[in-house]
Design a binder for this molecule. Structure first.
Ligand SMILES: [Zn+2]
Length: 452
């Protein structure tokens, strides 16, 4: 048995409704046993950490990302376009990736996310050129104490068949289904507190066929894994769906069996009120990606309506080429700001979302979306996934009236420490086991090679 004790935190936020001054927690074998004031929890453990002057939060959960896109941030041809032109500018560049690109970009993106407070990350990879496979992603995450859910994503509807991507980046559907089955059998650990899971995630209605959508759902349910896709991201997509299927995106996915507590959509921006209500009834979740939606001028997701209708909502950084960063605290701040803009005069109506409600999206909300009820809160029986931020810093100067709100309202910071399953992920502002200098250098070399 190994045990962890953190104590003396300025404030510990459980996300179960409590903010504990002089807080601490005690965990055994990766699971929280006690949470409370430092004097009220066990006094000894194998590892004891004094977190005086720090705020402690549950580890943050990222519900949508494309780690490979860290290689193509700020690409000039894709800076000032909407989604479809952005994709068509980038597909040929992504088509040059090798297993090395996938492995190194995965590691770099995970490190960047970890430094911003992530302890659980879902990545949506849907493009496998030159023999790249899901193995390269798991290899990239090797040795990192981060919970990592990876999709065996796919694209099968090339340009010649009426899809958006060039034929060179789409795959044969039988091969996709075989590779998905293989990925689940070799990498998916369904147990609570699992460190590695596999998700079935065809890319979007305009990049795969209906047949593959349906077969993917059947396969995922046979294998007991979750289902994810991009949906209702832009007005272009809605037009595509109406023209090709005669249905709006959400209606179309409903007709293919893509609803339920095992399904979540990325973006879900252009969704009508009756569709929101049906998503709430079926428990279909949403990865809310505010930066990407602003960067590509896609629109504003109806987040307050989702929450009022009982739709599970988490935050997704969605990157990194439609965000150009992988920072979860920054994304939480964007979620707060965009959802306030959404209820401003002349735009919409409703209550202003609070900093605490936004933190809930980034923690328990994301946990619900990923089907990981053991993370996102600090309570006995939950996983010992926590982050700590030193409050004595310029970004929080003058904000200590409310350190909890400061984490969202003030400029996004790098966290100082995190633990996942009671073991260190970030130590003194560094990702444990990662030489960041050499990782950035290798990553930059590989990014350049895509343009040679
Ligand atoms: Zn995406």
């Amino acid at each position: 048995m190994t045990s962890l004790l953190v104590r003396n935190a300025h404030v510990l936020v459980t996300m179960d409704g409590e903010e504990i001054a002089d807080g601490g927690l005690y965990a055994e074998d990766g699971w929280i046993v006690a949470v409370g004031q430092s004097d009220d929890i066990p006094a000894n453990a194998d590892t004891v950490v004094d977190l005086s002057g720090h705020i402690v939060l549950p580890g943050l959960v990222n519900t949508h990302h494309h780690l490979f896109q860290t290689l193509t941030r700020a690409v000039p041809a894709a800076q000032d376009t909407g989604l479809f032109a952005w994709l068509t500018a980038l597909y040929p560049i992504w088509a040059r990736m090798t297993p090395d690109h996938v492995r190194v970009s995965t590691r770099l993106g995970l490190a960047e996310l970890a430094l911003s407070g992530a302890t659980t990350v879902f990545d949506h990879q849907y493009l496998w050129p030159h023999g790249a496979s899901i193995d390269d992603q798991f290899e990239g995450a090797d040795g990192l104490q981060i919970r990592f859910d990876v999709s065996r994503g796919s694209m099968s509807l090339g340009e010649s068949a009426g899809g958006l991507p060039p034929d060179s980046v789409v795959e044969d559907e039988d091969r996709i289904l075989e590779a998905t089955k293989d990925a689940v059998s070799r990498h998916h650990d369904p147990s609570p507190g699992s460190m590695r899971r596999v998700v079935v995630a065809p890319c979007s209605p305009f990049t795969v066929t209906d047949g593959l959508m349906t077969e993917s759902a059947t396969l995922a349910r046979e294998l007991g894994v979750r289902l994810h896709t991009h949906l209702a991201e832009t007005a272009d997509e809605e037009e595509f769906c109406l023209a090709r299927f005669g249905r709006r995106p959400v209606e179309h996915m409903e007709s293919l069996g893509w609803v339920g507590e095992d399904v979540w959509y990325a973006h879900a921006v252009h969704v009508a009120d009756d569709e929101v209500a049906r998503m709430g009834r079926s428990g279909t979740g949403v990865a809310h990606c505010p930066t990407s939606n602003m960067r590509l001028a896609s629109g504003m997701a109806p987040v307050t309506r989702y929450l009022a209708s009982g739709v599970p909502v988490g935050i997704g950084v969605d990157g990194s080429a439609s965000n150009d960063s992988s920072h979860l605290l920054a994304e939480a701040r964007q979620a707060l700001l965009l959802n306030r803009l959404a209820v401003s005069p002349g735009v919409g109506e409703g209550d202003l979302i609070s900093a605490r409600a936004t933190l809930a999206l980034a923690t328990i909300g994301g946990a619900a979306v990923l089907g990981r009820p053991e993370v996102g809160r600090l309570a006995p029986g939950a996983a010992a996934d926590l982050i700590a931020i030193d409050l004595d810093r310029i970004e929080y100067a003058g904000a200590l009236h409310d350190p909890v709100a400061a984490t969202v309202l003030c400029a996004p910071v790098r966290i100082d420490h995190s633990w996942v399953g009671g073991r260190p992920l970030v130590v003194d502002g560094q990702v444990d086991g990662v030489d960041l200098g050499s990782l950035v250098e290798t990553h930059n070399r590989l990014a350049r090679s895509l343009f040679d």
